[in-house]
Design a binder for this molecule. Structure first.
Ligand code: ZN
Length: 143
């Protein structure tokens, strides 16, 4: 195993054990959404607070599931916090491409989520890595 693979593996383990932003959000203007990944049994609730200027002021989750799903959700909240919605949507589609092909779109910094690169070879785990992002799609639609 190469050095980069080892670093990636450690990042996934770290995020799945020490989940960032793993808490409920309360207050006005907080949307939340329950989501389930039927292929693996992963479950999560995503919380998001959007400002009037369409910036993601805060984002968090609670959930249980495999290490890939929990690490990916943790990484997603770190990536999206403080980010304007138009930028977040670019990251969203870059992430889908990244998980399915292993390729990173130009001008996109996926942060720690880059450590999920190996998942593109494991088709059965694509939904685990994308679960949080699918929940993000749906929480946006919720009015
Ligand atoms: Zn899973």
């Amino acid at each position: 195993m190469g050095l980069l693979d080892q670093i990636y593996r450690q990042l996934v383990v770290d995020h799945s054990k020490n989940r960032r932003n793993h808490r409920k959000l309360d207050g006005t203007n907080v949307k939340h959404l329950h989501y389930k990944n039927p292929t693996c049994g992963d479950v999560m609730t995503l919380f998001m607070k959007l400002s009037e200027e369409q910036v993601i002021e805060d984002i968090s989750f609670i959930g249980e599931g495999c290490s890939i799903s929990m690490a990916s959700a943790s990484m997603m909240t770190e990536l999206l916090k403080g980010v304007p919605m138009d930028e977040a949507l670019k990251l969203r589609s870059a992430m889908e491409q990244f998980i399915k092909t292993g390729e990173v779109a130009e001008d996109c910094d996926l942060g720690d989520s880059l450590s999920l690169q190996g998942v593109h070879k494991l088709r059965a785990r694509h939904n685990c890595a994308l679960m949080a992002w699918q929940a993000f799609d749906r929480v946006i639609e919720k009015s």
